[in-house]
Design a protein around this ligand. Structure first.
Ligand SMILES: Cc1ncc(COP(=O)(O)O)c(C=O)c1O
Length: 441
């Protein structure tokens, strides 16, 4: 099912809302998230895992999209939360998210990140490297507290996805390599600090993964290590976190989410591996981000200008760009694009859609078929819920768009559009420039 409907007038509607009305009320560009879609994916993950595996936890990976309101939705759906920074943690806390259901990741956690995580009592800290073990040991000692930790392991598995989002291979900045003894060293080091309680191990092999084989390889490696930690080191760990990463078919508007299939294979692989290594099935965590929120998102842009270069390219420039969606500029990522007010018109012009930033690399998509559009028309990028707003920037001092949550019969902001005050809020004028004393203009 596509995320949108089309009215008799050929206009896109989202959860029953005419997109033209949304733009009139909330401005353009506008990121719209369809609430029911997000909730149903949360339920698919939780329901499927609970049905197939004895003890499970699903944590939403906040990096995909996070605001305080979104934390509330995640909490209502019974998912825990992953954060990677003090900022994400504070967002969750501001929303009243229970800290014991928060897990903190990150390959370069600062003192501030860790100190705050300990202070509020996050559920688990996923330790990424030896320096962090030392840092955490020192902090727990100073704060006279304890921490439940998981070790992030790089299991040496390289999924087939964009190099920027592969994370489980040997040559990775993340985690302790399984091969070569790093993981063993980490276990031994943690065991030296009584304030650090090793409760489990974690891996995340990458993002935008469609093939189940790398997960199966990772599961085998991880459960092997899990058994070794229990049996050789005598540490009664009980938790296995297999990360997130399920891919999203950006180019396809229809079809299933793939969640059930992915989760059932993952659960089966872990149960098989537990048998193989002769351990009780661990408490199994899963940390999806993209597959929860990507398809729920639609970004509406208003066409600003056209430039047709005969025989070369037709540029269609919009009022947003890499500042609200850097995915094409970063990974040449695909998004379906449609003419939101002309959904039934013939799409017979090939357009390259450019953003408004002063950089040729600020492209949003190349070579898409749309009707012959004009300035003022609305276009919609589909599947923009994940890794867009969360990666947004203020390049060229372009305001970040508003984010709107829509359901049948109601809609509400998850994030307001930046105002001029927001854009200059952090600026300061050094004392000697308070007055312009020597203007050469
Ligand atoms: C540790 C960790 N867990 C979970 C995720 C979520 O991945 P995805 O959004 O692909 O499901 C990420 C994403 O990079 C991650 O780094």
């Amino acid at each position: 099912m596509p995320i949108y409907d089309v009215s008799d007038a050929g206009v896109m509607t989202l959860a029953g809302h005419d997109v033209r009305d949304l733009v009139v009320e909330y401005g353009s560009p506008l990121i719209v998230l369809v609430e029911d879609d997000i909730r149903s994916r949360c339920r698919q993950y939780r329901g499927e895992m609970a049905g197939l595996y004895p003890r499970t936890r699903v944590h939403y990976a906040g990096k995909a999209f996070l605001t305080t309101g979104f934390c509330r939705l995640i909490q209502e759906e019974g998912l825990g939360l992953d954060v990677v920074s003090w900022g994400e943690l504070e967002t969750a806390l501001a929303a009243g998210f229970p800290p014991e259901h928060i897990l903190m990741h990150g390959n370069a956690k600062t003192y501030r990140d860790l100190e705050r995580a300990l202070e509020v009592g996050v559920g688990r800290i996923v330790v990424d490297n030896l320096s962090e073990i030392e840092r955490l040991a020192e902090l727990t000692e100073r704060m006279e507290t304890t921490a439940k930790v998981m070790l992030r392991i790089a299991p040496g598995v390289k999924p087939s996805t964009h190099a920027y989002i592969q994370t489980g291979q040997i040559d990775s900045k993340f985690g302790f390599n399984l091969n070569g003894g790093d993981a063993d060293l980490a276990v031994q080091r943690v065991m030296e600090f009584p304030r650090l309680e090793l409760v489990g191990i974690h891996c995340h092999i990458g993002s935008q993964i469609f093939d189940q084989d790398p997960y199966a390889l990772a599961v085998d490696a991880m459960v092997g290590l899990y058994a070794k930690i229990q049996k050789e080191y005598g540490v009664p760990i009980d938790e296995l976190n297999m990360g997130g990463g399920l891919g999203v078919l950006y180019e396809k508007r229809y079809g299933g989410s793939g969640i059930e299939e992915h989760v059932s294979m993952l659960c089966r692989d872990v149960l098989d591996a537990a048998k193989k290594y002769d351990v009780e099935p661990p408490l199994l965590y899963h940390e999806p981000g993209r597959s929860i929120v990507a398809h729920a998102g639609v970004t509406l842009y208003t066409v600003q200008s056209l430039k047709k270069i005969e025989g070369i390219r037709n540029y269609l420039s919009v009022d947003g760009g890499m500042t609200d969606n850097p995915r094409f500029a970063l990974y040449q990522a695909k998004h379906p694009v449609v003419a939101a007010e002309h959904m039934n018109d013939k799409a017979d012009v090939v357009w390259s859609i450019s953003g408004r930033c002063c950089e040729s690399g600020d492209m949003l998509q190349r070579d898409v078929l749309l009707p012959d559009l004009k300035p003022g028309d609305l276009i919609a990028f589909l599947s923009t819920g994940a890794y867009t707003y969360s990666m947004a920037s203020h390049y060229n001092r372009v305001a970040k768009p508003a984010v709107l949550l829509v359901s049948p019969g109601r809609c509400g902001l998850l994030a307001a559009r930046d105002t001029v005050e927001d854009l200059i809020r952090l600026d300061r004028i050094p004392s000697w420039l308070e007055e312009v004393t020597d203007s050469k203009l």
